[in-house]
Design a protein around this ligand. Sequence first.
Ligand code: TXA
Ligand code: MG
Length: 363
Amino acid sequence: MHTVSKSLNTAVYKIEQPEGPLTKADLKAIAECGRIIKEGGLVAFPTETVYGLGGDALNGGSSEKIYSAKGRPSDNPLIVHIADMDSLESIVSEIPEECRILAERFWPGPLTMVLKSSGKVPKRTTGGLDTVAVRWPDDLTAQQLIRQSGGYIAAPSANISGRPSPTAFKYVLEDMDGRIDAIIDGGVNPIGLESTIVDLSGDRIMVLRPGFITNEMLSEALGTEVVTDPAILDPECKDRPKAPGMRYRHYAPKGEVRPVKGSDEAVREHIIRELALAKSMGKRTGVFCSSEHASGYDADVIRSAGSLDDAKGAAHEFYSALRDMDDENADVIFVENFTDRGFGQAFWNRLLKSAGSKWEEIK
Ligand code: TXA
Ligand code: MG
């Protein structure tokens, strides 16, 4: 078995063929990790969105361990990961028609559905709620691990609370080495942003956290308009976000994040001016921008991602860029005007959270 031990406490299992087919050695490593979870231990594993920090969802003690490994408040519920439809039946009190339609269309995939709980999943996993958030991930390693662990893995993102979600193995190691039993190294996550969460437990179907599956995709599948929880789009909104996790200030790097909106040229000129000003004040500067514009900036750390209308590229690089900025001690981080339409809504949502809900609009 290809175990590369990085610390005394956390075993690392590297997957040879994350895209499949999983090799014999891969299956053996995953079986070993499944055993760890069944026995109440914690294993971080890849998914198509970000790495998850997995424990047995039906074991309240495992969930407590997850909260403490992350340093996360225990009223912030965990997503239960499954690997077939039959597993869904016993943990929810009913499967609404909309759930079947969305499962048919988007599972396995980056969509989490909030449903009424049957009570089988302990309250320590659901953060005391009567609902349960469920996702069937599209990653082969994740699916195999779920099957080997007894069918239900509770997993938040595998970062220390308040740090960006880990989008590659090295970031999981950075945050979790010595805190959990094992990490499965499946390389870089294809999407790099957490799943869309849609609430099907109330009177109105609502997106609680935007993600790769957009409102348009959900609306089209259901034949009815699906809106996003207004509390997460408008910083002025008086209501609290319905997903407990969206109430916390997440993903905040040490430096100040300054998103800039406006026409491409105006944004560029503004950032160039502000970079010079920040430098003159002795600050360490960072920029997250399109690859076309990267060479035009004079900053200490420059991270670029595709073009401004490509939210997928931006989302994929964003969390790792924020971690880089921290490593380089950037005091101020300017972010260019990437699209906020379609999947761009999810990117803009995470960007705003990292910026403490403020941005600069350049006319
Ligand atoms: O892509 C993902 O969803 C990743 C991978 C690992 O699957 N997981 C993830 O988990 O992002 P986490 O714990 O970082 O975020 C879960 C979010 C939190 O905002 C939490 O409050 C919300 O889901 N949530 C969980 N159960 C809920 C429920 N019953 N009702 C409303 N929100 C819920
Ligand atoms: Mg998270």
